[in-house]
Design a protein around this ligand. Structure first.
Ligand code: UD1
Ligand code: MG
Length: 450
C-alpha cells in the first residue's frame, strides 16, 4: 500500500524560548523535522505533507532543502492535533493509500517500528503507536481490550482509573487516508482543553465498527522535545546510539563518549577515531583511515588509508583521495587533495586542487579571497611547496615544480620550475657581535647610574 506522511510541526514550542520554530532545532546537525522525515522515508512515502504554523516559511525552507517534493500546508491557529491533520486534507485529495501521522518534534521513531505499523495496518483500519511509559505523566492513555484499541483518553480528561493505565499514546497514527480525514471531520472540541484531539478518532472509528489496534515501541523512540534541556537529552541519546552503532560496525573509538556524530555520518570499517573528534553533517570516511584527536570534520570525503589530524579541520568540499595526510592545525575547504599528497602542518588550503604526492610545507596559505571573490589555486603532481608559501590565487604551480620557503607566489610556476618570491638575503659579517657589544655597554652604564 502506498503511504503519505503527515508531519505535524505547527506548535509554537514556547518552552524552547526561541525565535526558531521548535521543529527546526537541531539534533546531530539536522533539524528535528528532518529526523522525522528520515524516519518516515523508510515507508517510501509517495507524498509528504508538513503542517506548519509558527515560522512556516523557515519550516518550509528546511523541509524542501531535505526533500524538494514535500508540500507544506499552513495551520494558522493551533486548535489541536486533529485540526492540524485536517489541514493536510486538500494536499492529499484523491490519494488512495495510507496516511501516517508523525510529530516534527519526535525525532527518534525507528524504521522497523513504522514497518511494524504498516504490517498491522493490513489487519486493522487504524493503528496507533503506543509505549509502556516509566512515568506516564500527562500522556494520552490507550484503553485496550485484548488486541483492540477501544479509545484514547487525554490525561486532562481521564478518570483516576484511566490515569492508572501505563500504555501511552506516542501520537503516531496510521489509517487509510480518506478514512482518517472522514474520522477527523467528526471530531469535536468538547473537552478539558477545548481542542480538536486527533486521539478522539479511535472512539469514533470503534463506534463505526472499524478496527483499531496498538503497535508498541520502546519509550526512547517516542521521546519528544519541548525544552532546551530535552533537546540536550535527545542529542545525548542520539550520540550514545551512534557510538554503539559505530563500534558494532567495526570502527575503533578509543574514547567513545568524546566522539560526536552527525545524523548522516558514514564511516568505513577498521577506521580508528581518536578522542574528541566532532563530525558535522555530510561526512563520508572510507575504511582504514585514522582520524586523530581533536579534529573537526564537516561536508567532506576522506578516502581509504588517509590520516587526518590531530587538530585538523576539514570543511565543506574537502575531497581527500587515498593515502593523504592532513596534519595538525591544517584547515581544508573546497579542495581536492589527490592520492598520497601531504599537508602536514599549520596550513590553510581553500578553493584548491592539489596533485598526487604533492608536499605542502608548513604554514602554506592559499590566499583565495580578495574581499569580494574566491579564486582557485592549482598545484601539480609531486610539486613541493616550501614552508610559509603564500599562494595568491588565482595561481598555478605546475607538476614537479617547487616554491621557495617564505615566498609570495602571485605568478604561475611552470612544470618543473622553482618559484621564488621573497627578498634576497643580505648578510653582514660581524654585525651582530658589534650590535650586542654596544647594547651590553649601554645596559651596564644605565644600571651603574641607579
Ligand atoms: C499529544 C496527544 C497525546 C500523546 C502526546 C504524545 C492529542 C490530543 N494528544 O498530546 O495523546 O500522548 O501527544 O506526545 O493528540 N500540533 C500542531 N497543531 C496543533 C496542535 C499540535 O501542529 O494545533 C503539533 C505540535 O507542534 C506537536 C504535536 O502536534 O508536534 C503534538 O502536540 P502537543 O500539543 O505536544 O500534544 P500533547 O498535548 O503533547
Ligand atoms: Mg507534546
Amino acid at each position: 500500500m502506498s503511504t503519505a506522511l503527515i508531519i505535524l510541526g505547527a506548535g509554537m514550542g514556547t518552552r524552547m524560548n526561541s525565535d526558531l520554530p521548535k521543529v527546526l532545532h537541531k539534533i546531530a546537525g539536522a533539524p528535528m523535522l528532518v529526523h522525522a522525515m528520515k524516519a518516515g522515508a523508510s515507508l517510501e512515502p509517495e507524498k509528504t505533507v508538513i503542517v506548519a504554523g509558527h515560522g512556516a516559511e523557515k519550516v518550509t525552507a528546511a523541509a524542501v532543502a531535505w526533500d524538494p517534493d514535500v508540500a507544506t500546508v499552513l495551520q494558522t491557529e493551533q486548535l489541536g492535533t486533529a485540526h492540524a491533520v485536517a489541514q493536510a486534507k486538500d494536499a492529499l485529495d484523491g490519494f488512495a493509500g495510507d496516511a501516517l501521522v508523525l510529530y516534527g518534534d519526535t525525532p527518534f521513531i525507528q524504521p522497523e517500528t513504522l514497518e511494524a505499523m504498516a504490517a498491522a495496518r493490513s489487519n486493522h483500519d487504524v493503528v496507533v503507536l503506543g509505549f509502556e511509559a516509566a512515568d506516564p505523566g500527562r500522556y494520552g492513555r490507550l484503553v485496550t481490550n485484548g488486541d483492540t484499541l477501544e479509545r484514547i483518553v487525554e490525561f486532562k480528561d481521564a478518570t483516576d482509573e484511566e490515569r492508572a493505565i501505563t500504555l501511552c499514546n506516542s501520537g503516531v497514527i496510521m489509517a487509510k487516508s480518506d478514512v482518517l480525514f472522514d474520522l477527523i471531520s467528526k471530531v469535536g472540541n468538547d473537552n478539558a482543553s477545548e481542542e480538536y484531539y486527533l486521539t478522539d478518532i479511535i472512539g469514533i472509528a470503534r463506534d463505526q465498527g472499524l478496527s483499531a489496534t496498538v503497535v508498541s515501541c520502546d519509550e526512547a523512540e517516542t521521546l519528544g522535545v519541548n525544552s532546551r534541556a530535552e533537546l540536550a537529552g535527545a542529542e545525548a541519546q542520539f550520540q550514545s546510539r551512534a557510538r554503539a552503532a559505530a563500534l558494532a560496525d567495526g570502527i575503533t573509538l578509543s574514547d567513545p563518549d568524546t566522539v560526536y556524530f552527525a545524523h548522516d555520518t558514514v564511516i568505513g570499517r577498521d577506521t580508528i577515531i581518536e578522542p574528541n573528534v566532532v563530525f558535522g553533517p555530510d561526512v563520508t570516511i572510507e575504511s582504514d583511515t585514522t582520524i586523530r584527536a581533536f579534529s573537526h570534520l564537516e561536508g567532506c570525503h576522506v578516502s581509504r588509508g588517509s590520516i587526518i589530524g590531530p587538530y585538523a579541520r576539514l570543511r565543506p568540499g574537502a575531497e581527500l583521495a587515498e593515502n593523504t595526510k592532513v596534519g595538525n592545525f591544517v584547515e581544508i575547504k573546497n579542495a581536492q587533495i589527490a592520492a598520497g599528497a601531504k599537508v602536514n602542518h599549520l596550513s590553510y588550503i581553500g578553493d584548491a586542487t592539489i596533485g598526487e604526492k604533492a608536499n605542502i610545507g608548513a604554514g602554506t596559505i592559499t590566499c583565495n579571497y580578495d574581499g569580494f571573490f574566491k579564486h582557485q589555486t592549482t598545484i601539480g603532481r609531486e610539486a613541493f611547496i616550501g614552508s610559509n608559501t603564500m599562494l595568491v590565487a588565482p595561481v598555478t604551480v605546475g607538476n614537479g615544480a617547487m616554491t621557495g620557503s617564505g615566498s609570495v607566489i602571485s605568478d604561475d610556476v611552470p612544470d618543473g620550475a622553482l618559484g621564488l618570491g621573497r627578498a634576497r638575503q643580505v648578510t653582514k659579517a660581524g654585525f651582530a657581535t658589534k650590535l650586542f657589544d654596544m647594547l651590553r655597554a649601554r645596559k651596564a652604564k644605565q644600571s651603574k647610574g641607579h
